[in-house]
Design a protein. Structure first.
Length: 226
């Protein structure tokens, strides 16, 4: 994304992007506490001090690591060390998904509590998928479609993702030890033998990754909050 600040702290329609997710969880009655893993090099930034003043009940921890899974593992470890019961449910959310809402969070919580199994918000894929011929993208030539991939049974993962505290911590720890390809919490749990529930999320809960995503989210939020 670029910019002087990490994208999660950049101003999005009048406030840091992270604020939208924090407010959604604060306004979800089932949530008992909120923990934010932050890069150690950013923990003393004035922007974080301002957020701490705005959200005094939220714990900002210098738990950020070089990868997503290490950041989550470090934050979960801090929660365990602080005395959070190891069988408590935890919800892990991307700060770069400001479109989450209390309604979506509660939808996930209710489904998980009813089933007793962990799970995540996700969206069934609607687009036609193409597999590129890797050998065609040579010397700047455009990619060529090799074949169409069936989208049946394919879902796009979102967050929050909800699992038991100790189970998730240990699954991520083992995944890191094995140098496995863990791209989200559910993939760590799958590696540990779990079959996470897929709870349908919302299109608005997309991840802001590219400048075009930022522009789209800005348009949506301006229409929502005007």
């Amino acid at each position: 994304m670029g910019g002087a600040l990490p994208k999660q702290f950049q101003d999005l329609v009048g406030k840091p992007m992270l604020s939208y997710a924090l407010e959604a969880f604060i306004n979800t009655p089932e949530i008992a506490s909120i923990w934010v893993g932050v890069s150690p090099g950013f923990i003393d930034n004035p922007m974080l001090s301002a957020l701490s003043h705005q959200f005094p009940s939220i714990r900002f921890l210098p738990a950020g690591g070089p990868t997503r899974q290490e950041t989550v593992r470090n934050t979960l470890a801090a929660m365990i060390q602080a005395g959070i019961p190891e069988d408590d449910w935890v919800l892990v959310h991307d700060a770069a998904r400001p479109g989450v809402s209390p309604r979506l969070i509660q939808k996930l919580i209710n489904a998980i509590i009813l089933s007793g199994d962990g799970g995540l918000l996700a969206m069934p894929l609607a687009d036609t998928l193409k597999m590129a011929d890797a050998s065609s993208a040579i010397a700047g030539n455009p990619n060529r479609a090799l074949k169409t991939v069936s989208r049946e049974h394919l879902w796009q993962a979102q967050t929050p993702q909800m699992f038991r505290l100790r189970d998730l911590h240990d699954a991520i720890e083992e995944g890191i030890r094995l140098e496995a390809d863990i791209t989200d919490e559910a993939s760590a749990m799958e590696l540990a033998g779990a079959s996470p529930l897929l709870i349908e999320g919302a299109t608005l809960n997309f991840k802001v990754t590219h400048p075009a995503d930022w522009d789209l989210m800005e348009t949506i939020l301006q229409a929502t909050y005007k």
